[in-house]
Design a protein around this ligand. Sequence first.
Ligand code: SAM
Ligand code: SF4
Length: 273
Amino acid sequence: MYIVPRLDLMIAYSCNLSCVGCISLSDLPRSGIAPTNDIFSWIDNWSKIINPKILSVFGGEPCIHPDLIKICKEIQSKWPLSTIRLITNGYLLDNFDVNDWYTINNLEIQVSVHRKDHEKIINQKIKNILACEKKWKVSLHGGKNEHKQISWTNNKLTIYKSIFKDFVVPYKDNIVPWNSRPEDAHKICGSPSTPILYKGKLYKCPPVANIIDITNKTFCNYNGVEYTDDVNQFINRIGKPEPVCGFCPDHTQAVIIDHSNIKNVKTKQKIFN
Ligand SMILES: C[S@@+](CC[C@H](N)C(=O)[O-])C[C@H]1O[C@@H](n2cnc3c(N)ncnc32)[C@H](O)[C@@H]1O
Ligand code: SF4
């Protein structure tokens, strides 16, 4: 069994927002969710091989998935010691019964605030969940150059609210590679040591998995690892640059998107107060 610090699990390809430069390429016209039975079989297969300390339920927007709670419970049963971190933009949290969040052990909800002008709406969604319990410890995190976070925690649940500033677009125009020096791209990578379980295979990071899937092309002969493959080499490369990292830009090439400018974050759904 390989113990890894983090693993992302992609359960939805589409998103209700479109953030320019998204590492899951969900700003492009993508649709659909992963079928629940497929997700269960990926979890079953990989839980015999790899044990993440933190398993992030990832998308697109994971709250689009109607079986999200069932999926979290399946993760909990197959990886009972892992922290489950739901990463969401928060708009759809009330698609689910508020009490359900308290029935999942070791759950953290990380709410990314993408639009300053919608922060009040997102705050209300968080408040609805907090209202079920009384005693919360509130903490502030994040230095000058890091993204800012506030967290609420008690013995049943932790909620983080995160505010981002800059996004680096993980590809060149029309989704072609930058052909940068892998070590240089890796230095500015936003996800340098978090592999992703995507359509049943493990990939080095979210952009690599999504780009290979969308373009149907590979780069430097990179491909995802099946659970029947020898995963040892894959595990040894976590957190290290490798040729496929040359798809992303180095710091001289990087296109940096100011995420606090609302023109870079469009809503694909009507937002209600
Ligand atoms: C891809 S999103 C998926 C989950 C959910 N839709 C959300 O936005 O939280 C996961 C996280 O990646 C962050 N992210 C997306 N694109 C990024 C980029 N280019 N650079 C840095 N962080 C990025 C988002 O802010 C979010 O916290
Ligand atoms: S909310 Fe933004 S960052 Fe999250 S998946 Fe959607 S487009 Fe990407």
